[in-house]
Design a protein around this ligand. Structure first.
Ligand code: NAD
Length: 441
């Protein structure tokens, strides 16, 4: 919905006004919750549910010292935001990035609540992180930071309370350090089960087959469900990507395996182009060995504007939030935008794209593969089981198909865009559970 308010005014949304929000159109949390509340209005959700969902249940902020390799101590700021747990234990990634800030983490926690609900997982929504560029630390420093942060979180995480996972700047190794630290503090009778406190762990330490590629795999399954209705054949489609980390590189490898052509990629080191198609596997190896896409021999370097203007069928942001803003959206030359990253499109960017007839496949559908396979990993840990990759993939596909169907049905029922439809489907599920459980006491 277009808001007419000036920056600093009380927020024009009734619930946000009641909570004393001052309007800021650039604030990611306000952008996210505003869109969720628009869907709540469409569903005529009870006022008390809108109030509950408008703010996270818990916001934790902790400052903790870590000794660097040169003997100097540095103080770090860490966050964990637990948005809602009506459906089950909180679940969400841990991000290590220099721009990590409370409102962004709050926004990502809301998206986790919506994502788990849309996929009908028995999990709630959370997110956390540390304001740090992990590339600036040695491995020893990163390990000390991860352990100290985990101990600072204490009992605020737990196998049946809040279960972190990897996100930007963290990986399976980070999760192994988190699990090990937690296990050292929680010497329960079910010690082997306590590694279920985090997911996305290495295979040899309780990880699940298929978890590393899961988010990219989920993106591709969601595309397989939604693109035929838009008359796009994955085997012949062209695409470009922002971000070539976990999500971007797996999405690219899986799509090119099916015959799609990767025309252009941009990451924090630059942008590259190849009209005949970039080799996704070789590019992934190049990024692992050099830290970014710059210098890849299989493509020519291009500038940012040329990257955004590249003509493709599908544009896939898989990096930071809010990258497709008003300015960049106007440059795009695509038919579909697939949100592999969380909240990559600003409301102003979205209005431009929808106005140009571009279909946006929303993040809570497209990137739910990560949390879905995390849910499988958690189940396997608690039941001391190991599932084959085929079983993991098949189940992920089933969950993704069901979620995509819910979005399509809601879009037809409410006559709205796919993002609003995804929020409607997620909120309907949450509202039913609130109705059954009631509000304590
Ligand atoms: P990652 O750290 O593995 O990769 C991040 C990528 O973003 C890198 O290629 C980096 O170069 C790029 N990037 C960073 N800053 C940039 C900039 N200014 N311009 C262009 N590129 C930039 O992170 P990831 O795990 O792949 O996560 C990417 C997105 O997907 C995030 O929005 C994350 O929340 C979301 N996500 C991740 C998972 C998961 O399982 N990892 C699950 C769901 C959603």
């Amino acid at each position: 919905m277009i808001r007419e308010a000036k920056a600093g005014d009380l927020h024009p949304n009734g619930v946000l006004k009641e909570l004393g929000f001052r309007y800021d159109s650039n604030n990611l949390y306000q952008q996210t919750i505003d869109a969720v509340l628009d869907a709540a209005e469409m569903l005529d959700l009870p006022h008390h549910l809108r109030l509950i969902l408008a703010e996270p249940k818990t916001e934790l902020m902790t400052h903790f010292p870590v000794r660097l390799d040169n003997g100097v101590y540095r103080l770090f700021k860490g966050y964990r935001v637990q948005h809602n747990n009506i459906l089950g234990p909180y679940k969400g990634g841990m991000r290590f990035h220099p721009t990590v800030a409370l409102d962004d983490i709050k926004s990502l926690a809301v998206l986790m609540t919506m994502k788990c609900s849309l996929s009908q997982l028995p999990l709630g929504g959370a997110k956390g992180g540390v304001q740090i560029d992990p590339r600036s630390l040695s491995e020893d420093e990163l390990r000390r930071l991860t352990r100290r942060f985990t101990s600072a979180l204490g009992d605020n995480i737990g196998t049946d309370h809040d279960i972190p996972a990897p996100d930007m700047g963290t990986n399976a190794q980070t999760m192994a350090w988190m699990a090990d630290t937690y296990m050292n503090f929680h010497d329960s009778q079910n010690k082997h089960q306590s590694r279920a406190v985090v997911t996305g762990k290495p295979l040899k330490f309780g990880g699940s087959f298929g978890r590393e590629k899961a988010t990219g795999q989920g993106v591709v399954y969601a595309m397989e469900e939604c693109l035929p209705a838009l008359d796009i054949d994955i085997a012949k489609a062209t695409f470009s990507l922002i971000g070539y980390g976990n999500v971007g590189s797996w999405t690219a490898r899986l799509l090119t395996e099916q015959g799609s052509t990767l025309k252009a990629v941009m990451d924090h080191t630059g942008a590259i182009y190849n009209d005949k198609g970039l080799d996704a596997e070789k590019l992934a190896s190049h990024v692992v060995s050099t830290g970014g896409i710059a210098g890849f021999e299989g493509g020519e370097a291009i500038d940012e504007e040329t990257f955004y203007r590249t003509q493709v069928d599908i544009f896939i942001p898989a990096a930071l939030e809010q990258m497709v803003c008003r300015k960049n959206a106007a440059l795009l030359n695509c038919r579909v935008l697939v949100e592999a990253a969380n909240a990559p499109v600003t409301p102003a960017g979205e209005r431009i794209l929808l106005g140009q007839g571009v279909t946006i496949l929303p993040a809570i559908l497209c990137n739910a593969g990560g949390v879905t396979v995390s849910y499988f990993e958690w189940k396997q840990n608690l039941q001391a089981e190991t599932w084959e990759e085929k079983k993991v993939d098949k189940r992920l596909q089933k969950y993704t198909r069901a979620a995509a169907k819910r979005v399509t049905l809601a879009a037809e029922k409410f006559g709205c865009d796919l993002r609003t439809a995804a929020y409607c489907a997620a909120l309907e599920n949450i509202a039913e559970v609130y109705k059954l459980r009631g509000i304590f006491p």
